[in-house]
Design a protein around this ligand. Sequence first.
Ligand SMILES: [Zn+2]
Length: 429
Amino acid sequence: MKARKAFLEQNLEAIGRDGMNGSKRSRLAYTREENDAFSRTMRLMEGAGLRTSRDRFGNLYGVIGPRGRSVMSGSHLDSVEDAGKFDGVAGVLAAIESARMVSESGANLRRPLVAVAWRGEESVRFGKTYLGSTSAFGGCTEELLARKEVKAFEGGEPKTLREAMRLCGADLSCLKGHLTPRQVRAYIELHVEQGRVLESEGRRVGIVTSIAGNRRFQLRLLGLGLHTGAARMMDRMGCGNAEGADASFAMARIIMWLRELANELNNPPRLRALEDIRMACPIIVQNGGGLTTTMQNVTMKFDFRSVDRGLLESAKEGFVKDAREICKSEGIACECEDLAGEDPFSLSGGMVERIGDACREIGVEARLMPSGAGHDAKVPAKSGVETGMIFVPSKKGISHNPLEDTRLDDLALGTEVLAETMRRLAEEK
Ligand SMILES: [Zn+2]
């Protein structure tokens, strides 16, 4: 079975144009831009011979084959702000193409093949990931629907998720999901790696063994704003209490310590197994202040990720303790607040083997690897569906960026691995 490179290439381009605003591409969860991509994808599914339907949360399904427990594959169509073309879209197109390849291969299908496009995987708009897939598997709650946009992306007042979903045609009169492990035999998601392990090792396909968990939290550093000219340095360096302290020094020391601690924790065996910890401080917000006042209050937001739960816990605890010590020595008060946390998750060993079998059939040597990023695949996996993931290389490991790129040959090869895996699952008794 051969994947059509032209189909993949042309539609990456076409969907990539949905949500272009000037030179920037942005298709946030439950927006008009995301809708455009869904309409286009529905036509693609129909063109590939799939019967399409939407669920009450706006997710899109394309089905082919007999009734029964489905073999499902897909990904998301929303994006971050100023995004590339591949994240999510590559997996949706690979799923559609795989369903077509298998159904046209003369395979003896005992189960339906389903290509799915999920809504709202990225957390950019509502501060919460996997909105569509979570809802489809029965996780849509009043609390989730009451969540507000992190800022008013469409102008006016920030909308709730409920309002945004309704504007996209969702029917929220009932929140029951309609997918259960009884209906889905297996879920396999192809995704771009978004890191550079495959590229650096010269591998073209990865099989994901586990998905990293995260700890997200913030530190609020509370100092005292003083006149930058009138206050002597000795009066703003801190003296064990908050009087006269400049928060910028503590902030800088905490950032430098973040890198040092990460290096300390990531010893070589961990790095080789990719079971290291990744620690970032992507957001620093200064509250108030001006150029002529020393930095008074600053909020630092952290995102730690690892597939090792113990390491995640101890790194976070140790880091917060150290940050408090730094603040104390700078005379700064420090408050810590947890924002979100998800434990790492192991994917089905059986599915890792099945994808491995498909790779051997095709003659490609795959790299077993954990995923540092979270994916929709976590949702069916957690609800009990046997789940697997296929990675294809990201050039230079760049993602969540307009420079995101994957060689078309690699995407086509990954799609062929996906199709072979789906065929085997759909033919089994
Ligand atoms: Zn993604």
